[in-house]
Design a binder for this molecule. Structure first.
Ligand code: SF4
Length: 277
């Protein structure tokens, strides 16, 4: 994740660490990131491709600094902003500040850039907490129309242990993602890369397709809910665990996307599957 903060006075550095504009491939334009963990990484996953390098800083999250910085950036960049996105150094939904930050970001978005999406990029681990589950469901199902980009890197427990390296069982998260997608729209994000020199094996690709297809078919009704898109992305930037994770060739990603797309179409679901090599 992008972090800023070298130059400027303390307030500028603080605000730059909390809110940062960045060109985003997946947003296809300017995305204004909100980082709820400027001082340390907090995440129940330990993905080998994670781009958060070890760091030390005295900067702490503060809602007032976040709001001030968000306003400044949105006023400056208004016409170019595609989305405001909770991401940063870890799992945003697990921050105690998340509810307040979400409410503030939605209000400021409505006031300054009503055309912009409000997005949370999440591993889905927050869904295991009923309070966070309800908060996200409400935010996604009605104004502020929060868009959830949910990580689903694996279809099997074995690959999940390699690519996400979490103590939380895969089936627990997948079950919650299914429950959540049964109520509100979600976009699935999947990193496809080598781990330990090996690509995901064929049985993993098959299991992942089954899981994604399940999300699409569970929610084939007319309401705005269920799977609305799939983003397959590759390892494009350095990570502190390199070379444990390595990029795969673009044709590998293309073939994974094509295979899923074919199965979705055969099932009568015309859901976009995008690739970001
Ligand atoms: S989910 Fe993975 S990539 Fe994202 S912050 Fe956690 S460890 Fe890093």
């Amino acid at each position: 994740m992008t972090r800023r903060g070298a130059g400027g006075n303390h307030r500028e550095r603080e605000e730059g660490a909390l809110v940062y504009p960045a060109y985003s491939r997946r947003s296809r334009g300017l995305s204004v990131g909100i980082n709820l963990f400027p001082d340390r990484k907090v995440c129940p996953f330990d993905c080998p491709y994670c781009e958060v390098f070890p760091f030390k800083t005295e900067i702490r999250f503060s809602p007032e600094s976040m709001k001030r910085a968000l306003r400044q950036i949105l006023v400056r960049e208004a016409a170019a902003v595609r989305d405001i996105c909770f991401s940063g150094n870890g799992e945003p939904t697990l921050s105690p500040w998340f509810p307040e930050a979400l409410e503030a970001a939605a209000r400021i978005r409505d006031e300054l850039v009503p055309q912009a999406d409000l997005v949370a990029i999440t591993s889905g681990t927050g869904l295991l907490d009923q309070g966070i589950f309800s908060l996200l469901r409400e935010a996604a199902g009605s104004p502020p129309a929060l868009k959830l980009w949910l990580k689903l890197d694996a279809g099997t427990e074995g690959w999940y242990r390699k690519i996400n390296r979490s103590k939380i069982p895969h089936r627990a998260i997948l079950g919650k993602i299914r429950e959540f997608a049964g109520e509100v729209p979600v976009i699935i994000q999947t990193m496809v890369c080598k781990v330990g020199g090996l690509p995901p094996p064929a049985e993993e690709a098959e299991a992942w397709e089954t899981a994604v297809l399940g999300l699409a078919l569970d929610n084939a009704g007319p309401e705005p809910r269920g799977l609305t898109g799939v983003q397959i992305y590759g390892k494009a930037r350095p990570a502190p665990r390199d070379p444990l994770a390595e990029a795969l060739d673009e044709p590998f990603l293309v073939s994974r996307a094509a295979s899923l797309k074919k199965k979705l179409e055969r099932s009568g679901r015309n859901i976009p599957v995008d690739i970001f090599p």
